[in-house]
Ligand binder design. Structure first.
Ligand SMILES: *Cc1c(COP(=O)(O)O)cnc(C)c1O
Length: 360
C-alpha cells in the first residue's frame, strides 16, 4: 500500500491515524461486535459516539453554552436554502459575494426574500476580499452572510465584516477547525465536513439558540427546520452516523495536536512554504492578493494553459494528486487542509522547483 499526497479541494485528505483507527474498528467497534455503520442510532453505543463528538467540538472551538451544535445532511448547499427559510423573518438579507459559493447561496436566498449584495469581488474574478469594515447594512436585514474561506479562489476573510449589530452567518466549509474562532461573533457557523473534517455526508451547523424558532417561512419542510434537529439533538431521523463517528475521531486528533492554536501554527507553516516559493518563482504565480490569502486553498498559474496541463499531469505521475484548478479559474490549486502533512507541501514545492528548472 502506498498513499499519494492528495491536494483535492474536497472530498479531501483525512489524517492517516484516523483512517487506520477506523479500519481497525471496522468489523467490531469497541467490543460491540459490529461496525458503527451497522448499529442503531438509538443505541447507547452510538449515543456515546455523538455525545463525545459534540463535547470535543465544543471544547476545540470553545463554543458558548447558548449555541447548539447540529449534525445534519444535505451538504453545505442545503444550508443555502435552510438559512433563509429559518432566519428571514423580514424577508431581507445582505450577502457579501466573494466567490461561487457565496453567489450560489445568494441566488438561493433570493427565492425566499430580497437579497442585497452589499459587497462583491467579482470585478477581479474574486481574487480579493472587499473591505467590509464600514459597509452599508440594510436596516431591515435579517442577517449578513459571508463565505469565510473561498475554496475555489483561495481567499479568506482575515477580519469579519462589521455587521453593525446584525446576525452574521458564515459558511466555513473549507476553513472549519483550521484556526481558532470567536463563535460568539456569529449567529450561525456552518460547513460541509468533507473539506477539512471528515467524509462527505455530514454538515455541521453551530447556531445561537435564540435563532432556533418555529417562526420559519410558510411551507418549510420539517426536515429543513433547525428546531426539528435542535429539539432532538440531531437524532430526529437517522443521522449520517458513520460520518459523525469519523468526525469525532478527527476532533480527538486535533485535540491531541494541542487544539486550534497549534493547528493554526502548523497551517501557517505549511502555507508559508508554498507562498514563499510562489513569491520568488519565475514560472509560477499566485492568483490572489497576498493580504487575503487562504491558509487552506492555494491557487496558482504559469500563465500558459498548456504548461499548466503538463504540470498537473507530471505532478500526478510523481504522486502529487488533484492539483488541477477549479474549472472556473483554470491553472492549479493545492488544497492543504489540516490533514495534509508538512512533508506533502515540501514534496510539492520540490516538484515545482524541478518543473521550473526544466520548463523555464
Ligand atoms: C464545497 C463547498 C460548498 C458545497 O458543499 P456541498 O457539501 O457539496 O454542498 C459550499 N461552500 C463552500 C465554501 C465549499 O467549499
Amino acid at each position: 500500500m502506498s498513499r499519494v499526497y492528495n491536494f483535492s479541494a474536497g472530498p479531501a485528505v483525512l489524517p492517516e491515524e484516523v483512517l487506520k483507527s477506523a479500519a481497525e474498528e471496522m468489523l467490531d467497534y469497541n467490543g460491540s461486535g459490529m461496525s458503527v455503520m451497522e448499529m442503531s442510532h438509538r443505541g447507547k453505543v452510538f449515543q456515546e459516539i455523538i455525545d463525545t463528538a459534540e463535547a470535543d467540538l465544543r471544547e476545540l472551538m470553545n463554543i458558548p453554552d447558548n449555541y447548539k451544535v447540529l449534525f445534519l445532511q444535505g451538504g453545505a448547499s442545503q444550508q443555502f436554502a435552510m438559512i433563509p427559510m429559518n432566519l428571514m423573518k423580514n424577508k431581507v438579507a445582505d450577502y457579501i459575494v466573494t466567490g461561487q459559493w457565496a453567489k450560489k447561496a445568494a441566488a438561493e436566498a433570493a427565492k425566499y426574500g430580497k437579497v442585497n449584495k452589499i459587497a462583491s469581488s467579482e470585478d477581479k474574478t474574486f481574487s480579493y476580499i472587499p473591505d467590509c469594515s464600514d459597509l452599508t447594512i440594510s436596516e431591515d436585514a435579517d442577517y449578513v452572510y459571508i463565505c469565510e474561506n473561498n475554496t475555489i479562489y483561495g481567499t479568506k476573510f482575515k477580519a469579519l465584516p462589521n455587521t453593525k449589530g446584525k446576525i452574521l452567518v458564515a459558511d466555513v466549509s473549507s476553513c472549519f477547525l483550521s484556526e481558532p474562532v470567536d463563535v460568539s461573533k456569529y449567529g450561525v457557523i456552518y460547513g460541509g465536513v468533507q473539506k477539512n473534517i471528515g467524509p462527505a455526508g455530514v454538515v455541521i451547523v453551530i447556531i445561537r439558540e435564540d435563532l432556533i424558532t418555529e417562526d420559519v417561512l410558510p411551507g418549510t419542510p420539517t426536515m429543513l427546520m433547525y428546531k426539528t434537529h435542535a429539539d432532538e439533538n440531531s437524532l430526529y431521523n437517522t443521522p449520517p452516523s458513520y460520518g459523525i463517528y469519523i468526525c469525532g475521531k478527527v476532533f480527538k486528533w486535533l485535540k491531541n495536536m494541542g487544539g486550534l492554536e497549534a493547528v493554526k501554527a502548523r497551517n501557517e507553516n505549511k502555507a508559508k512554504l508554498l507562498y514563499d516559493f510562489l513569491d520568488q518563482s519565475k514560472l509560477f504565480k499566485g492568483t490572489v492578493e497576498p493580504k487575503d490569502r487562504s491558509l487552506m486553498n492555494v491557487p496558482f498559474i504559469t500563465g500558459n494553459a498548456e504548461l499548466d496541463e503538463k504540470f498537473v499531469k507530471e505532478a500526478k505521475a510523481a504522486r502529487l494528486e488533484n492539483l488541477k484548478g477549479h474549472r472556473s479559474v483554470g491553472g492549479m490549486r493545492a488544497s492543504i487542509y489540516n490533514a495534509m502533512p508538512y512533508e506533502g507541501v515540501e514534496a510539492l514545492v520540490a516538484f515545482m522547483k524541478k518543473f521550473e528548472e526544466e520548463n523555464l
